[in-house]
Design a binder for this molecule. Structure first.
Ligand code: NAG
Ligand code: NAG
Ligand code: NAG
Ligand code: NAG
Ligand code: NAG
Ligand code: NAG
Length: 437
């Protein structure tokens, strides 16, 4: 099938690109501290309201945000049990204040469950409106349908109800494949039905890492299109989607091979064995804050020189400050391609795992140890979460059941808006990912 090349004008003072020549795009960030995941800073309504951190989640499919008068409940460790702590949500989408909102739909109510039902979000209504972004160089997107949540129960202890309201998720934008079983508004489904994309495909990637270990990673997602090869390196390799049996949500691929070398004295790569050879698939889930992988921790530590910190808490760590991790040190994951003989290696910098997840634990001295958002020795689980996405250029193509991966973390321009995007190629329905092998 024919692909359409759309050249985007970069910086010149001549005519600005017409709005139709740009694919719908969402700027992404991956911050330091707390339990960060891939995030979009979304400002709802017209005029744009205060931004709401929104999890950009390839592991779920609905789209919700808090509306007015919402409450988050916790304090009970038991699932489905209301706890003693009610917290009013402060940062929400105040739809009555927006000039562009459509009519409130109270006929369809939704419920969303995350983390094995540890978090249940209830949204009795939904609405359509425009949203824009924290980075105002990226244009607003119009007429997005979103469920308005007003009640969430999180199963967790909370002595004295001290956990601040701001620590909880305030919005989740699900990007998992569109399916009839999907519950709740589908952002990608809306783009397709409104003719803003020709297929449900989307591409996402992150630029070169920030210079400081605590800096924010900047990335981009574009819908129905793929950017030029300047946003990745090496070949863009199609993998087979290998869903687990029965019902599932999200994108699964086969377990890759892991190769690593000494961080301080790099040499020949050593292959790291698996901890559970019954695991056959890995979930690609940008809404999980760790890579949780079925590889041998003992072998990985002995090859790389990483340590297991085991005092106040137990976690994988680099023996030094995060800034002292050599930027060139990586864990290399090699995935078999769908085409015989093709494979792709995603080299994930160790620094991508240093996101401050364990910094708040009393007694952890961050000048001496850097906790990593990486869990090895997993049994029955393989999830590539946010750290992986800093280094993977990924295209998800539902119609052909393809995931295409290339080495990412090599580009620039995400912070510059459409001017930094460069040319894009539209992905048509039923078409292979352009440029993939
Ligand atoms: C929120 O609650 C206040 C009072 O409790 C009420 O006046 C207001 O109409 C509610 N807002 C919405 C949008 O339901
Ligand atoms: C928390 O809010 C719910 C729903 O409004 C209510 O049923 C419950 O009694 C409240 N709990 C406390 C401790 O205020
Ligand atoms: C959420 O909104 C629904 C519909 O307006 C209302 O019946 C329900 O009481 C609200 N829940 C909470 C916890 O405020
Ligand atoms: C919201 O957008 C969806 C998707 O385009 C559309 O189906 C729905 O009719 C819209 N609702 C309103 C109230 O405009
Ligand atoms: C990991 O991959 C990178 C980039 O392809 C390569 O430079 C490096 O030598 C590899 N390291 C190991 C241990 O295989
Ligand atoms: C961490 O490094 C320090 C100083 O370089 C060393 O004394 C200590 O044994 C190391 N800790 C581990 C667990 O390797």
């Amino acid at each position: 099938m024919e692909s359409l090349l759309l050249a985007l004008l970069a910086t010149t003072a001549s005519a600005a690109p017409s709005p139709n020549s740009q694919p719908p795009a969402i700027p992404l960030t991956y911050n330091y501290g707390g339990y960060p995941r891939i995030q979009a800073d979304i400002a709802w309504g017209t005029p744009p309201q205060k931004t709401i951190p929104t999890i950009f989640d390839t592991g779920s499919s609905g789209f919700w945000v808090y509306g007015p008068n919402a409450t988050i409940n916790d304090g009970s460790q038991y699932h489905y049990t209301v706890g003693p702590c009610n917290k009013s949500v402060h940062n929400f989408y105040n739809w009555p204040a927006s000039k562009t909102h459509a009519k409130l739909d109270t006929k369809h109510g939704y419920a969303f469950a995350y983390g094995g039902n540890g978090e249940i979000v209830q949204a009795p209504s939904s609405i359509n409106d425009s949203f824009s972004f924290g980075n105002t160089k990226w244009p607003a997107l119009s007429n997005n349908e979103v469920a308005l949540a007003n009640w969430t129960v999180v199963a967790q202890g909370d002595a004295g109800c001290k956990i601040p309201e701001s620590d909880f998720d305030h919005s989740i934008l699900g990007l998992a494949p569109i399916s009839p079983a999907t519950s709740g508004p589908s952002f990608r489904g809306n783009l397709l039905s409104q003719g803003k994309t020709k297929s449900s495909s989307f591409s996402m990637w992150f630029d070169k890492p920030p210079k400081s270990a605590k800096g924010s990673y900047q990335g981009t997602a574009i819908f129905g299109a793929i950017p030029s090869k300047s946003k990745y390196s090496g070949e863009l390799v199609r993998l087979k989607q290998t869903p687990s049996q029965g019902t599932y949500v999200g994108y699964y691929v086969s377990v890759p091979k892991l190769t690593a070398t000494s961080i301080t004295k790099p040499g020949k790569g050593h292959s790291i064995g698996v901890s559970d050879n019954t695991v056959k698939q890995c979930l690609l889930d940008s809404g999980t804050g760790q890579d949780r992988l079925p590889f041998s921790q003992k072998q990985a530590l002995s090859v790389t020189g990483l340590i297991e910190y085991d005092k106040e808490a137990s976690f994988l760590a680099w023996n030094g400050s995060c800034d002292s991790i050599p930027p060139a040190a990586t864990l290399n994951y090699t995935f078999a391609g769908a085409t015989a003989g093709k494979s792709v290696t995603i080299a994930v910098p160790i620094r991508s795992y240093a996101r401050g997840e364990f910094d708040q634990i009393p007694g952890v001295d961050t000048s001496k140890v850097c906790g990593l958002s990486l869990s090895l020795d997993e049994y029955g689980d393989c999830t590539f979460g946010a750290p992986f996405f800093t280094a993977a250029f990924a295209v998800f193509n539902d119609e052909k059941k393809q995931v295409a991966l290339a080495q990412g973390g090599v580009s620039t321009g995400a912070a510059d808006g459409p001017g930094g995007l460069g040319p894009v190629t539209v992905i048509g329905a039923g078409q292979d990912v352009p440029g993939s092998v």
